[in-house]
Design a binder for this molecule. Structure first.
Ligand SMILES: [Zn+2]
Length: 154
């Protein structure tokens, strides 16, 4: 049940952000609304596809929905790769945004960056992990190791 609340939060914020970014940029046609929504959903919801890789590394092709939802693979492997979950991406996307001149491209990068940021904030809020674990540089330096007794990340 928790995972549905989780997905609901991500979808609702992606929807709101996509609309908001589109309004702020004032490129007022439906096509650009769809573009903005696509990138907020990409950053805000679809980044969770990286959990499939973590599941695959523990269970191979034996997909188990219950294990997938419960994050059983983190306990099996004691590793957390979740390669699309990283604060650094928000920083990089934000930097690219500031160097762009074209309004449409700026809108795309704003949508994507805000989508990822909202996703990470919701994850941090809903899953009691130390915030440092959401930095991929930290996870790389730790060999992606996790300690379940102290939350997901060491
Ligand atoms: Zn997530």
């Amino acid at each position: 049940m928790n995972s549905y609340i989780d997905i609901g939060f991500h979808a609702a914020t992606s929807l709101a952000l996509g609309y908001l970014v589109w309004r702020i940029f004032g490129i007022n046609d439906r096509r650009n609304l769809l573009i903005s929504l696509f990138f907020t959903f990409l950053g805000g919801l679809l980044i969770d596809v990286d959990h499939f890789l973590d599941h695959f590394l523990s269970f191979g092709l034996n997909f188990n929905y219950e294990y997938f939802i419960s994050g059983e693979y983190f306990m099996m492997s004691n590793k957390a790769y979740i390669i699309f979950h990283a604060v650094e991406y928000v920083i990089i996307l934000g930097l690219i945004y500031f160097f762009l001149k074209d309004q449409k491209r700026k809108m795309i990068f704003a949508s994507l960056a805000l989508g990822v940021l909202a996703h990470l904030l919701i994850d941090i809020f809903l899953v009691p992990n130390p915030i440092k674990g959401y930095f991929i540089i930290y996870r790389i330096l730790n060999g992606f190791n996790v300690d379940m007794s102290q939350g997901i990340f060491e």
